[in-house]
Design a protein around this ligand. Structure first.
Ligand SMILES: NC(=O)c1ccc[n+]([C@@H]2O[C@H](COP(=O)([O-])OP(=O)(O)OC[C@H]3O[C@@H](n4cnc5c(N)ncnc54)[C@H](O)[C@@H]3O)[C@@H](O)[C@H]2O)c1
Length: 335
């Protein structure tokens, strides 16, 4: 049966990390579906939150600048919500190695506070947690399915694993309706592109637009899969609305896999210019690199009927167009 979006109309929704890339895109879609949306975000400098991400829906959402580590404040924000999209996160893998405790407090401890608040004040809420393919570490086989061993290669992966498992535990023990999506590289309008803090793809886009050569580490043969933001938003909606998701984890992914060197060449073609250079892997990044990764997303297709609809080339073209137009809001406006 086709998915019925009416479930969101008039519903009361909280999105943590709502001024970030994925949270703001989700908010835009939910507002369009008639939901009452509240965004919680701490806007910590150098993280991915950006008020410009909601420039077109600013009057149709409530913004609450709370830090998810503030347990009492989160408890009152969670009361009475129908759906909670739990997307706030420290997302830099390198930062998690230089400042592991901040990562622990945001990606693990705060998640436990949020779940406790749900258990005590809103046990009927449905929660979707934004997990990551980083939990698998270096793949032992490809494509990686949900049964693949979990072996994170960095502190961020361990803390996200704890965050994910707290959600699953609160379902198995307390019957809170939780689920988790293990996202792969997600890209599109609203992603942080200022530097390589979060993802190499972001800074590649910035550099291409600025006419600076993009840097491909090592030989660039590592293969990856990428999801365009609209597809990820659709997965979040499905996971929230469908009962079959409860207590489950799902990989997202894409059937197009591409090496980083091929990706660089594709971006240059779509940009009508630019060049890339192959450079040695920086030691700190090499130590936590996972090599080739692409996910098996057949479970989410079977259970929730989700599959990615946006081809890489189309999504990248749309992303480049967005940053050409709005670059001032993503890098030039900051000192
Ligand atoms: N984008 C990807 O490729 C990808 C891949 C795997 C997993 N994820 C997960 O998806 C989620 C959203 O990612 P994104 O790409 O939108 O990142 P993002 O950085 O754009 O958004 C995260 C948001 O969380 C906010 N935030 C961080 N710490 C906070 C805190 N302590 N309190 C309140 N808000 C806080 C940030 O300000 C930011 O707006 C993250 O949890 C991330 O781990 C993303």
């Amino acid at each position: 049966m086709p998915f019925d979006y009416k479930v969101f109309s008039g519903s009361d929704i909280l999105i943590t990390g709502g001024l970030g890339f994925i949270g703001s895109s989700l908010a835009r879609r939910l507002v369009g579906l008639g939901a009452k949306v509240t965004l919680v975000d701490s806007l910590i400098p150098e993280y991915g939150g950006n008020l410009f991400n909601i420039y077109d829906i600013r009057d149709r959402v409530i913004v609450d600048l709370t830090d998810v580590r503030d347990a009492p404040a989160m408890a009152s924000l969670i009361k009475g919500r129908d759906f909670l999209f739990n997307l706030a996160g420290q997302t830099s893998h390198l930062d998690s190695m230089t400042d592991p405790l901040t990562d622990l407090n945001i990606n693990a401890a705060a998640q436990l506070h949020i779940l406790e608040a749900c258990r005590q004040h809103n046990p009927d809420v449905k929660i979707v947690f934004a997990s990551t393919r980083q939990l698998y570490g270096r793949p032992q086989y490809l494509p990686v399915d949900e049964k693949h061993p979990l072996n994170p290669v960095d502190v961020n992966g361990i803390n996200k694993l704890a965050g994910e498992w707290y959600h699953l535990l609160y379902h198995s023990v307390y019957k809170i309706r939780t689920c988790a999506l293990r996202l792969t590289n997600t890209y599109g309008p609203g992603m942080r592109v200022k530097d390589a803090r979060q993802t190499f793809l972001g800074v590649w886009i910035r550099h291409l637009i600025e006419g600076i050569p993009i840097q491909v580490f090592s030989d660039g043969m590592q293969r990856r899969d990428f999801n365009f933001i609209d597809d990820v938003v659709e997965a979040l909606l499905l996971a929230t609305a469908e009962k079959a998701s409860e207590g489950q984890v799902f990989n997202l992914g894409h059937s197009e896999h591409i090496s980083l060197q091929e990706l660089a060449a594709l971006l240059i073609r779509l940009n009508n210019g630019g060049r890339y250079e192959v450079v040695p892997f920086p030691i700190d990044r090499k130590a936590i690199d996972i090599g080739d990764y692409y996910g098996d997303f057949s479970k989410v297709t079977t259970v929730l009927g989700w599959f990615p609809q946006v081809p890489l080339q189309k999504g990248l073209a749309q992303t480049l167009e967005y940053y050409r137009k709005y670059r001032a809001h993503y890098w030039e406006s900051t000192p």
